[in-house]
Design a protein around this ligand. Structure first.
Ligand code: B12
Length: 385
């Protein structure tokens, strides 16, 4: 079975027209393509960095607000400058991109522009036809991110079609990286919380390099929407290496290749590696056997249902830190008390942090940062929401 095609899609800076690309993303996924979606209002630098780290075959850009000739050309130029010319660029933008513009863009190395009236099927067919063959890589790259990204692709592709279980080798000794596992139900705000933590690492530790392995669900042989990058704002930074992984049929929140990819990131010497699972259910304990995670953080939404539900969430027993996020919601006060009582039963002194991660300078995120950072000084204490 061939590895799924991976493409990155985005909308340029100063452009909020994302409805077309959202529709196109869904069609690509339906046709077995893994789509890393970067979101709208994205700069050339963000797009090129993301495409390199994700090691995608091609970038699809949807552009409506003008400036497309220069923007697309600059994406191609920056890819070439960084040694990533094997990543193609294509896209569209309804009637905004004229046929004359498209000719000019193709002269600058853009592979194809799609015009109004093209069917979704035709676009998906173009991707499958042009980007399903293995790439001809010309030797090793001098670019650190490109080399690492290619290794991660090799690892992921080795697991395709194999019934290999998640890597469970022993710990790596003498490692410098601190590894955090973030898990919790879908919609709890894990990605936003991680992005805010990354901001604090970047601001307080000027040389720190961070890696993020972010997971989204997929079925064997099918496509996936790898959409966490669209939520990440602060993590679009040269000191952050982010990789989006589809679970490719494995239950439990991670991909079969996660363990090996994590090892590669540790070897690469990142100071912190953050693993984000897919939105998980009550039974999930994604980091139990990997032996590679230093601290696990369970992120919960106050809206989990009746108190009885808490008895069934396995991670409440296992997590090193529990975060109740979105405490601006109506049910937050009751949820914090219920979760606090539930944790008391464990007698493990697990810190309980309350946060509103979407809020700038949220004190709860500061507190979590204090608990996970090497230089953290803040001690966990519960505040009222
Ligand atoms: C829907 C729409 C909006 C919605 C956007 C909703 C959203 N979240 O996307 C709303 C109402 C919010 C909006 C707002 C604005 N809009 Co508007 N909008 C449109 C509109 C009507 C349709 C665009 C669209 O989604 N089409 C649907 C797609 C699926 O079809 P398509 O465009 O034909 O694209 C085809 C191919 O090009 C291809 N394709 C497109 N992208 C990609 C990408 C890839 C990778 C691939 C493979 C293919 C592909 O797919 C389609 C296949 O048939 C266009 C007018 C038009 N008819 O194009 C104006 C238009 C783009 N908007 C325009 C303007 C000016 C604005 C505003 C600035 C208005 C204002 N003053 O506030 C704001 C800016 C918003 C912002 N933040 O950027 C202008 C842009 C003019 C220009 N560039 O000079 C347009 C052209 C209208 C006009 N004639 O004036 N807009």
């Amino acid at each position: 079975m061939p590895a799924p095609i991976r493409v990155l899609t985005a909308v340029p800076i100063c452009d909020g027209h994302d409805s077309a690309i959202n529709t196109i993303n869904l069609e690509f996924i339906r046709r077995g393509i893994e789509v890393v979606y970067l979101g709208y209002h994205r700069s050339v630098g963000d797009i090129v960095r993301a495409a390199i780290q994700e090691d995608v075959r091609a970038i699809g850009i949807s552009s409506y607000n003008g400036g497309h000739v220069e923007f697309f050309a600059d994406v191609v130029k920056q890819l070439r400058r960084q040694g990533a010319e094997d990543i193609s660029v294509f896209g569209g933008g309804g009637g905004t991109i004229t046929h004359a513009d498209a000719t000019e863009m193709e002269r600058h190395g853009v592979k194809k522009i799609f015009f109004a009236g093209t069917s979704l099927e035709e676009m998906a067919r173009y991707v499958r036809k042009n980007y399903s063959q293995p790439r001809n890589r010309r030797g090793a790259s001098k670019n650190r991110d490109i080399e690492l990204a290619r290794k991660l692709t090799e690892i992921e592709d080795r697991y395709v079609g194999r019934k290999t279980k998640q890597d469970r080798k022993s710990k790596i000794e003498n490692r410098n990286s601190r590894v955090f596992g973030f898990t919790g139900p879908g919609g709890a705000g894990k990605t936003t919380l991680i992005d805010e933590l990354v901001l604090r690492f970047l601001l307080s530790e000027p040389k720190t390099r961070i890696a993020i392995l972010s997971h989204d669900p997929s079925v064997v042989g099918e496509g996936a929407l790898l959409g966490d990058r669209a939520t990440m704002i602060n993590s679009q930074d040269d000191r952050v290496f982010m990789r989006s992984m589809a679970t490719r049929g494995q239950a439990g929140g991670l991909s079969p290749a996660t363990g090996e990819c994590l090892r590669e990131l540790i070897k690469a010497g990142f100071d912190y590696v953050i693993i984000e699972t897919v939105g998980t259910g009550q039974e999930a304990m994604p980091f139990q056997r990997s032996g590679l995670v230093d601290q696990t953080v369970l992120v919960m939404n106050p809206d989990y249902g009746a108190r009885l539900q808490l008895q069934k969430i396995v991670m409440l027993d296992l997590a090193d830190i529990v975060v109740v996020n979105k405490t601006d919601q109506a049910r937050a006060r009751a949820a914090i008390l219920e979760i606090e009582r539930r944790l008391q039963q464990n007698k493990r002194a697990q810190p309980l942090v309350t946060s509103v991660a979407k809020r700038h300078r949220d004190p709860g995120v500061d507190e979590l940062f204090g608990l996970v950072s090497r230089h953290g000084v803040m001690r966990s204490k519960r505040r009222k929401p």
